[in-house]
Design a protein. Structure first.
Length: 108
């Protein structure tokens, strides 16, 4: 099961994920988040995965898809994590530990 909380502040879309981001729940993410980004043309996004209990390879690919969409829109995307998750190494400097820091980096 995947629960998604979406919030927007100062031109940044905040997406907070709860539960599992896996092959079984990816479609909900695509429907609720990815389509919103595409339709509205959102540039900057912070995806908070601190409350995910499970993420698999499909979940990582789903996050990458959002990341590259934001990049292609000339925006920035950050992934908020509790601790350094080795699965997210491909995001390099775009992995951060809190939403406030991500906001600061987007606005700088």
């Amino acid at each position: 099961m995947l629960d998604i909380e979406i919030d927007s502040k100062v031109g940044i879309l905040f997406v907070r994920l709860f539960g599992d981001l896996t092959k079984l729940t990816r479609k909900k993410f695509d429907r609720d988040v990815f389509l919103l980004i595409k339709q509205v043309g959102i540039k900057n996004i912070v995806i908070n995965i601190q409350n995910l209990t499970n993420i698999d390879e499909i979940g990582i690919k789903t996050l990458k898809k959002c990341f590259y969409l934001c990049k292609n829109n000339n925006g920035k995307c950050f992934i908020c994590v509790k601790n350094n998750n080795k699965l997210l190494n491909e995001f390099d400097a775009h992995v951060i530990f809190d939403e406030l820091s991500a906001t600061y980096l987007i606005n700088s």
